[in-house]
Ligand binder design. Structure first.
Ligand code: AMP
Ligand code: MG
Length: 339
């Protein structure tokens, strides 16, 4: 068991010493948690099969759930993917670096563990100087699944990573809370029209402006293309109850039912009103839906850590980044997709 160190790192100008150290650990087959603009990721050298296996083991991630390969720029895509369709090139030009993952045909160079044996590979270029500098120093792509225990909310701070993976990983690079707070949007561009396998940091509206209409992976056949979407996800221990924006009556009714049942309660709201009474823990996300996205996973962890029996969450309207927020809230409420 390695001792897990936490090293502070600047998200504007990461120091060369820190980058060199992280790259050296990866080069030697170690694993390192790193900040991105979405959530914290867990890096290993994508071409080192043993290191990749350590990532699965540390997270307790099922082996049939493939990893996203993180690259420093579009010019590195040829390390892992076969010919890139022009539509993917357009999406990459518009959204990289950024919270968009593209599923492409693989070129057979990666260890099978990375892609869970699929002939496709998921790639993204994160918009953060820490992974960019590490990948440039290493000279090749890194895997970067979210740095949480499988089934827990993704980590948006180094503290969340430490809570889940202490003793399992070598190093955590701490650049403070992540900016977006939700994972990347995953788009399969090996099919026409492209399929949004997971809503995320880039909205469907933005994608369709660049690449035309897309399908959403709602039916079973499409979901099977992205094994991770089938697994238990974002699930707090508490029961999760969802109320809609505008659903003040539903919120009040749920709270009074829970109180009558003697349950300890946590609430996450943005626009709805909650009276702070004793025994009720309230996280208020005042402001934009973007700030709600930033706060959601931390709030789930905080309330779950406080040991409440039930968490009542306000779901925003399902458009823009709201689509990804609602997706994560639904998964939290049902303990993942039961398929
Ligand atoms: P995470 O690593 O937690 O951000 O999750 C990565 C997501 O990308 C999961 O939902 C995976 O199923 C999905 N993914 C990774 N590689 C592929 C691939 N080759 N084809 C389809 N989905 C993928
Ligand atoms: Mg994850």
């Amino acid at each position: 068991m390695p001792e897990t160190r936490i090293l502070p790192v600047s998200s504007d100008h990461p120091s060369a010493n820190v980058i060199d150290e992280a790259a050296a650990i990866l080069n030697a087959g170690g694993i390192v948690a790193f900040p991105t603009e979405t959530v914290y990721g867990l890096a290993a050298d994508a071409f080192n099969e043993n290191a990749v296996r350590r990532v699965f083991a540390a997270k307790g991630r099922p082996g049939d759930n493939p990893l996203i390969v993180h690259l420093a720029g579009v010019e590195q895509v040829s390390q892992v993917a076969a010919k890139v369709p022009s539509l993917a090139e357009r999406l990459a030009a518009a959204f990289w670096p950024g919270p968009l993952t593209l599923v492409l045909h693989g070129n057979g160079m990666l260890p099978a563990a990375v892609t869970a044996g699929l002939d496709t590979v998921a790639v993204r270029v994160p918009d953060h100087p820490v992974p960019r500098d590490i990948i440039i120093k290493l000279g090749r792509g890194i895997v970067g699944p979210s740095a949480n225990l499988s089934g827990r909310p993704s980590p948006t701070t180094a503290g969340h990573v430490f809570a889940d993976l202490q003793g399992q990983i070598d190093l955590i690079l701490d650049a403070g809370p992540t900016h977006i707070g939700l994972e990347s949007t995953v788009v399969d561009v090996t099919v026409r029209p492209p399929v949004i396998l997971r809503p995320g940091g880039v909205t469907r509206e933005e994608l369709e402006k660049t690449a035309g209409p897309m399908r959403i992976a709602e039916d079973l056949a499409l979901l099977r293309r992205s094994p991770g979407t089938r697994h238990r996800h974002y699930a707090p221990r508490a029961e999760v109850i969802v109320v809609q924006e505008g659903g003040q009556n539903a919120l009040d009714q749920n709270l009074s039912d829970l109180r009558a049942g003697g349950r300890s309660i946590g609430v996450i709201v943005r626009t709805l009103n909650v009276e702070s009474t004793s025994g009720l823990r309230v996280v208020r996300a005042k402001g934009s839906v973007e700030s709600y996205a930033r706060l959601l996973f931390g709030a789930l962890r905080e309330l779950d850590g406080a040991g409440v029996d039930a968490i009542v969450i306000e779901a925003p309207e399902e458009r823009g980044i709201g689509e990804a927020i609602v997706d994560r809230i639904r998964r939290a409420a049902r303990g993942g997709n039961p398929i």
